[in-house]
Write a protein that binds this ligand. Structure first.
Ligand code: PLP
Length: 470
């Protein structure tokens, strides 16, 4: 019997002539579809050999077609694609940190498929610098004399240390030897750059005198690192930037400040107490470094801003070639920084800032809207309620900021939370929600209005899947 089933397995050529398979070729390359069909027939063969398929299972032809269609449809959306973030975590590292503003997206689109002025000065008709597109804007927003953009803040730290500290000692407080996201560790980056870490002070207390005692003829710079993803509380002491500046001036040493987030406008009114990039320079840093895709709300990038002579030295370092960012990054950064021209509209136009500053009342309204949409799903046993949640900025920023938020919590009746979670994650646009105490929780802070309807449709799918199960 096994032999007969194997003999009756369809051929690839037969299957690809099926109408259902032919239509897939409009959406996927022909070769890809053929591969999928071949794979499906191979898995059928394995299933027959393992006796998972018997006479009663149905025709091999139909099985091969339906397996191929299912597999093909799941690959159409591709691998890197949008998701709906219902976690309430604004800068979700796994979900790509900051979504870009409309202006930034338009800029990216306009240069992505065209030649561009990336390194061309159309006025002079000669070669230009890719940094020129954003340098003026960074200077304007931060008050820096000069600025550069690289691929991320890790690259920024690396090139700054290599250019200013190679073979020399860089003094850092023991309270600031941070690790970000598992792979960025200040001592490791320092080692790779060729600079030598000179630790001073203790975990909780470092005074300006500790820095001064460590200075010798081989000292290259004073480095301050913002403890962006943790806080030391209790009996603590740190040297201020103005103290560091005074010390730097006395010994002729630059003060470098790794600020982490790149916040451009004060958000303390909303409980987010992170240093503002421009303040870092005004309070005494000669150079500040920060990410583009954390609280700045732009593309993945690292920005180096500050004194012109230092920036020039970094600009000419060979690592700059390895760390230089792509045209799409420059385009997205130019668009994002233009959004900062007007501080008030920046809070509206830059998605990260809009989400962080949205009022509790407005969040409650959206949660209520989702509750009504879900309760109106015909024939479902879902019961939904509006609940308070504690949202987070995320992305290793402002670890102590609690964003009082609102969510729609759904009890799915006889459908398990695991089934719900699996269905929500399936399909072209996965929905990432929170499962807590057997309920599905959609935090609306990170949801757009139109996404509420996508969630409703997916929950309707879940309701009908549950019916079949019951
Ligand atoms: C996030 C962070 C980094 C790393 O920045 P990436 O842009 O993720 O490379 C470095 N230093 C500090 C203090 C940070 O917060």
């Amino acid at each position: 019997m096994k032999q007969e089933l194997l003999r009756n397995l369809p051929k690839v050529d037969e299957i690809i002539r099926d109408k259902r398979i032919e239509t897939l070729m409009e959406k996927l390359p022909r070769e890809k579809v053929v591969d999928i069909v071949r794979e499906s027939i191979n898995s059928l063969r394995t299933m027959i050999l393992e006796e998972k398929i018997t006479d009663e299972t149905g025709s091999g032809y139909e099985l091969a077609v339906s397996m191929s269609v299912m597999e093909a449809e799941s690959t159409i959306p591709g691998s890197l694609r949008p998701v709906i973030n219902a976690t309430g975590v604004v800068l979700h590292t796994n979900l790509g940190r900051a979504p870009l503003s409309e202006r930034a997206c338009e800029k990216v689109m306009s240069v992505a498929g065209n030649y561009s002025t990336l390194e061309y000065d159309p006025e002079k008709g000669e070669r230009g610098s890719r940094h020129s597109h954003v340098e003026g804007l960074i200077k304007k927003v931060t008050g820096a004399e000069a600025a550069l953009l690289v691929n991320n803040n890790a690259a920024a730290t690396m090139v700054v240390l290599a250019a200013l500290g190679k073979g020399r000692e860089i003094i850092v407080s023991r309270g600031e030897l941070v690790e970000i996201g598992g792979s960025f560790r200040i001592p490791d980056i320092m080692e790779e750059s060729g600079a030598h870490l000179r630790e001073v002070g203790t975990t909780n207390k470092t005074r300006i005198g500790d820095y001064e005692k460590a200075i010798n003829e081989n000292t290259g710079a004073l480095l301050k690192v913002h403890t962006s993803n943790y806080r030391v509380i209790g009996f603590t002491e740190e040297a201020s930037l103005s103290e560091l500046r005074a010390l730097g001036e006395k010994y002729g040493l630059p003060v470098i400040y790794d600020m982490g987030s790149g916040l451009m406008t004060d958000l303390s009114r909303w409980g987010v107490r992170e240093p503002v990039a421009g303040d870092g320079l005004r309070s005494g840093a000669d150079l500040v470094l920060f990410s583009g895709d954390k609280l700045l709300g732009g593309p993945q990038a690292g920005i180096i801003a500050g004194k012109k002579d230092l920036v020039d030295r970094i600009r000419n370092h060979p690592l700059m070639r390895a760390f230089r960012a792509d045209k799409m990054t420059f385009a997205a950064m130019e668009g994002t920084l233009e959004d900062y021209y007007d501080k008030e509209t920046a809070l509206e136009n830059i998605p990260v800032l809009r989400m962080i500053t949205e009022s509790y009342d407005s969040l409650c309204d959206r949660a209520l809207k989702l509750k009504v949409l879900i309760e109106d799903i015909p024939g479902s046993q879902f019961s939904a309620s509006v609940i308070d949640t504690d949202g987070a900025v995320g992305g290793g920023s402002a670890p102590d900021a609690v964003l009082r938020s609102s969510a729609c919590a759904v009890d799915c009746g006889n459908i398990s939370a695991e089934t719900a979670e699996r269905i929500l994650r399936s399909g072209a646009v996965p929905i990432v929600a929170i499962i807590r105490d057997g309920r599905v929780i959609f935090d609306v802070r990170t949801l757009k209005d139109e996404e509420l309807y996508v969630i409703r449709d997916k929950m309707a799918e879940l309701a009908s899947a549950g019916e079949k199960q019951a």
